[in-house]
Design a protein around this ligand. Structure first.
Ligand SMILES: [Ca+2]
Length: 222
């Protein structure tokens, strides 16, 4: 059995679980390309609450990637932000990721993004973190859809519970054998609630963090 093992503090996104709709519009979100990349209210494949959003790539020729864009979020430059969302993507023809664009008073400064989704028959949690540029004061949260290189270059996935936050807390602790530590690769260091920790994942895509000598499982991706 696996659990969501961290608590997101102060989600800066409005309507992050896609519960509020106004007809075909999603309250506080912009559907960037309604014809090429339709975003549809979904009440069957849902992770959180009553609704999620089905995001489609309906045109095989378009190069557009931005499907849903958040309201502008006020942020603090030089601060670390954590961001991600839940995806149900079992469609081999497309994949998804989140991109954060940083701005200062509307002027683009750069971006951060998550890893891409994989084809999994279930909900997967995709996330990353990035330090906002020192002068940034605004961010846009973009939910993107990409085709693979081969036809048909159309497809869809479901997305639910997006988040952008300056912090999260570990909720659960799972016993883990330290002697297996060397199996893990892709170590990255970051600052979690003021502590220097290491973040890594194993071959099965399971994320862990290490604080001092303690290892905690963070999330399982399926
Ligand atoms: Ca929801």
């Amino acid at each position: 059995m696996f659990f969501l093992l961290f608590l997101i503090n102060q989600n800066l996104l409005l309507n992050p679980s896609f519960e509020e709709w106004n007809g075909d519009s999603i309250v506080h979100w912009k559907i960037a390309h309604p014809n090429a990349l339709p975003c549809i209210k979904e009440n069957d494949t849902v992770y959180n609450g009553n609704f999620s959003v089905k995001i489609m790539k309906s045109s095989p020729t378009t190069d557009l990637r931005d499907a849903l864009i958040s309201d502008t979020v006020i942020i603090n430059g030089g601060t670390y932000y954590y961001f991600g969302a839940y995806f149900w993507d079992n469609d081999p023809n497309i994949y998804a990721k989140i991109q954060i664009n940083w701005y200062k008073n509307g002027n683009y400064l750069g971006y951060g993004d998550t890893p891409t989704t994989q084809d999994i028959n279930g909900w997967q949690f995709i996330w990353s973190y990035k330090k906002a540029p020192d002068t940034a004061n605004q961010a846009l949260f973009k939910i993107r859809i990409y085709p693979v290189d081969t036809l048909p270059r159309t497809g869809f996935y479901f997305c639910d519970y997006a988040f952008l936050s300056t912090s999260f807390e570990i909720k659960e602790k799972i016993d883990f054998e330290n002697k297996k530590f060397k199996e893990f690769k892709n170590f990255q260091s970051f600052n979690l609630a003021g502590q220097r920790v290491k973040f890594f994942k194993n071959k099965k895509g399971i994320y862990f963090i290490k604080i001092g000598k303690e290892i905690k499982k963070l999330i399982k991706l399926w």
